[in-house]
Design a protein around this ligand. Sequence first.
Ligand SMILES: *Cc1c(COP(=O)(O)O)cnc(C)c1O
Length: 387
Amino acid sequence: MIQRPIYLDNHATTPVDQRVLAAMLPYFTDRFGNAASSSHLYGWEAEAAVQQARETIAQAIGATPEEIVFTSGATEANNLAIKGVAEASVNNGRHIITVATEHAAVLDPCRYLQSLGFELTILPVQADGLLDLTCLEKALRPDTILVSVMAANNEIGVLQPLDAIGALCREHQVLFHTDAAQAIGKIPLDVAAMAIDLMSLTAHKVYGPKGIGALYVRRRNPRVKLAPQLHGGGHERGMRSGTLYTPQIVGLGQAVALAIADMPQETDRIRSLRDRLWQQLCTIDGIHCNGHPTKRLAGNLNISISGVDGQALLLGLQPVIAVSSGSACSSAKIAPSHVLAALGRTDELAYASIRFGIGRFTTESDIDQAAACTIATVKSLRQVARV
Ligand SMILES: *Cc1c(COP(=O)(O)O)cnc(C)c1O
């Protein structure tokens, strides 16, 4: 059998942990009930499992179980937060603030609202990917209804200062939403200490299944008003109708519980693997690390190499390591990453970026092979370029 490439694309998705899968399996078959069926055992056991997951997730972020709304993932949670707040708050104002390096699942709902007549400010970031707080403060207006800033970036791993942003928003009485798809289970999150009003989560970036996530919606001080985006049976306190996907919800709860339990040791282990990778790669001529050197996810390394074509490099690496470039492919055309462009990287460097995402199942030997393969591929591409 052909050896499968080493997986270093853990920001795109992660495998389901065997312990998560084991917790989920009974809820597909024996315990298949509808959590909304209140008249028999099948419904009760599904509802109990959902409630347990809700408590686990709430506890992980310092919330209460009633503040968790299950969704199909972070894309839906972002849409619900942004459109839901906009629709419910039009009488208070129509101005929304977000940041240039956000995921498309934040930028696109914001741009959609702009097309409906809302006003949108997209803040720039500094060369290290961090938001400048004075820039945010200047952008706040009396008619601002929402600030949306991600916790951890999916391309460069940069961690925004959530506590300072939250304090600023609270002071100006503006709701603060954060997309924490890459952050949950990787860095400590606390909706009280960080004054977060809405937070989007997903399971599949933290060794849970795809197709499940949650939105935290603050109920007190202030109580967030949210217009539902899916109407129907009134599930999730009317905020998101649709029969709850019990096995996936159990998987999300289990994935979050495992990640939180191991977070300190696992962060250290993954960080030392990342540093080991960088120590080897930094010997390459013309290599740059994109994003703040330390205020970033432990498992993230995003590099650009001048004079090396990013697509050719990816193609050369692909049999040995599964990584991706910062670029997003839209139809057949390859565009430079909007995140690296926001950092002020030239188009050439933005095209040539490679994102390494180190995860729970990455070993030292994976890292050494990845480094050796990258160094050799760059060398051979440069030799070809010279002849
Ligand atoms: C993956 C990701 C999303 C989308 O999450 P889904 O659950 O796949 O919809 C949104 N935001 C960020 C930052 C992500 O990394």
